[in-house]
Design a protein around this ligand. Structure first.
Ligand SMILES: O=P(O)(O)OC[C@H]1O[C@](O)(CO)[C@@H](O)[C@@H]1O
Length: 512
């Protein structure tokens, strides 16, 4: 017999249950237990947030700090772009990929996708979700780690001769993809191959990368636009090109995103899953991100989803100042991996320990054809977790999708994009800039590395970190950390003292 608690839970579930026929996506935020008073209080701010989104989609300067429009919604509905030229540009980009695909399929068996942040996380998620679509094998180089490069190049289907190198950088100036590209180019040269004939770039026209690619006669340059942020670029060619090369149905992906965009323009909060998500985040974190959002997809193919949501949410919302310049230090911390695995990892704390998070469980009803009863085991893991969290009064949201195929995943990503946009309006932050990110953090330290090596070579004397700090004008702590690294790389000799202060370093050879 149903208890009073069960009946209350059922009423809350029915009242806020949101299911979209166009995408098959359902959202259940009843586990957030938002009060009626809160929902009533938020009606006004939410309506303003939805109005701001209308203005954004109409081409207003939604990112005023960078004087930019914000147009990721046009990428899946070019007719909505504020000018016919922009819409035509988006369509031309699709045509460019369509023309390139048969050539690529003929010439290549593998793709090395070089990019970082938004230029890697989304495409990697797509290619992992749809790794078996019969296209090229796509591997990702998203770090300046020599071992990572070796690993990606090892057993590359078709070898380097049959590999396309796709360098993706919106700004075209991010140091890591540049360094990785130079390294990969070196490998091509060492193999006696013409790198330029294998290389394509995806970047904003006129960027350093676009110029470099043109100057060195790379085989193609695909366009991006300033009005597409890196973290919302998954429906631009940043995501579409690798997904198409992997054999995915990118049209279905865009249609899924467009369908969710239509659904999330609904001014009625209870029929708008993005509005419900944004309100839940606000309620659960007190509008200050007081709880961590733990994103747990119950499918291996979606294991990279939490990383994509993490960048989208944390780079968009993690801001020192609000739109009026007030110091607010906003944000919403995200982590997660996948279910059922995570249930047997850190869920113990989420259910029993610190009450400082909320889970968002994501399940799919179907996968590929011919699935076994394991799929039900997986889904029941999600259902059981929802019950277990409800028992302890711990907040849990649930999203269910028909499957993880192109249409459904397009809808899911568009849902999060819109929810972040709405939430940012509710807390008055600009979701579309990232003033706290310095693309060039490594560069001054690379020059310090050189100065330290030069100084040691010139002096020939054993020298302490502090003396080198005086000579180079950098903090002794940084200099010591760097020297320990150089010693481990055998670029300097280390005469240990009792501690960092009296340890001395000597040049051993000309810089490698
Ligand atoms: O595509 P790009 O310009 O190389 O940038 C990659 C990433 O770096 C950032 O700009 C942060 O430095 C992210 O916003 C972006 O996704």
């Amino acid at each position: 017999m149903a208890t009073a608690d069960d009946r209350q839970e059922w009423a809350g579930y029915c009242g806020l249950h949101c299911s979209d026929a166009g995408t098959g996506l359902s959202l259940d935020v009843s586990g957030a237990r938002m009060s009626e008073a809160f929902l009533a209080d938020m009606a006004g701010p939410l309506s303003e947030a939805l109005t701001a989104m209308v203005a954004l989609e109409a081409g207003t300067e939604a990112n005023p700090d960078e004087h930019r429009m914000v147009g990721h919604y046009w990428l899946r509905a070019p007719d909505l772009a504020p000018s016919a030229d922009l819409g035509a540009g988006i369509r031309r980009s699709w045509d460019q990929v369509a023309t390139f695909l048969p050539v690529a399929r003929e010439r290549y068996r593998s793709v090395l996708h070089i990019g970082i942040g938004g230029s890697a996380v989304g495409p990697r998620l797509l290619c992992d979700a749809w790794h078996d679509r019969g296209g090229l094998a796509v591997r990702f180089l998203d770090n300046a780690d020599p071992d990572g490069i070796d690993r990606a190049l090892r057993d590359l289907p078709g070898g380097l001769e049959r590999t396309l190198v796709s360098v993706v950088s919106k700004s075209g100036i991010t140091p890591t993809p540049w360094q990785v590209t130079h390294e990969v180019e070196r490998r091509f040269r060492a193999a006696g191959l013409d790198f330029a004939a294998h290389a394509v770039a995806t970047t904003v026209p006129g960027s350093d990368l676009a110029q470099h690619a043109a100057q060195h006669r790379w085989s193609a340059v695909f366009p991006l636009w300033q009005w597409v942020g890196g973290r919302t670029s998954v429906t631009s060619l940043v995501g579409l090109l690798p997904a198409a090369l992997a054999g995915a149905d990118t049209e279905a992906f865009l249609l899924g995103a467009a369908a969710m965009d239509r659904c999330t323009r609904n001014p009625a909060a209870t029929a708008n899953p993005a509005a419900l998500l944004a309100l839940s985040w606000y309620w659960l974190g007190g509008g200050r991100g007081d709880r961590t959002m733990v994103v747990v997809p119950y499918r291996d193919r979606l294991a990279l989803l939490p990383r994509w949501v993490q960048q989208l949410v944390m780079e968009s919302l993690g801001k020192r100042l609000d739109r009026s310049g007030r110091v607010v230090r906003q944000g919403l911390t995200v982590h997660g991996h996948k279910g059922v695995s995570d249930q047997h990892s850190y869920f113990q704390q989420l259910r029993d320990g610190r009450d400082d998070s909320f889970v968002t469980l994501i399940g799919t009803h179907r996968g590929e054809s011919g699935e076994s009863a394991l799929a039900d085991h997986l889904f029941c893991g999600l259902l059981g977790t929802l019950e277990a969290f409800a028992e302890r009064g711990r907040p849990a949201l649930a999203i269910t999708l028909p499957d993880y195929r192109e249409h459904a995943l397009g809808a899911l990503l568009a849902l999060f994009e819109r929810a972040v946009g709405l939430y940012a309006e509710l807390v008055h932050v600009n979701a579309y800039h990232q003033p706290g990110v310095d693309k060039h953090t490594a560069l001054p330290l690379l020059s310090l590395r050189q100065k330290v090596l030069d100084h040691l070579t010139e002096s020939g004397e054993p020298t302490t970190a502090e003396a080198l700090a005086d000579a180079t004008g950098h903090p002794p702590v940084t200099v010591h950390r760097l020297l320990e690294h150089l010693a481990a790389r055998d670029l300097v000799r280390r005469d240990p003292g009792r501690g960092p202060a009296d340890t001395r370093y000597t040049a051993v050879a000309a810089d490698a």
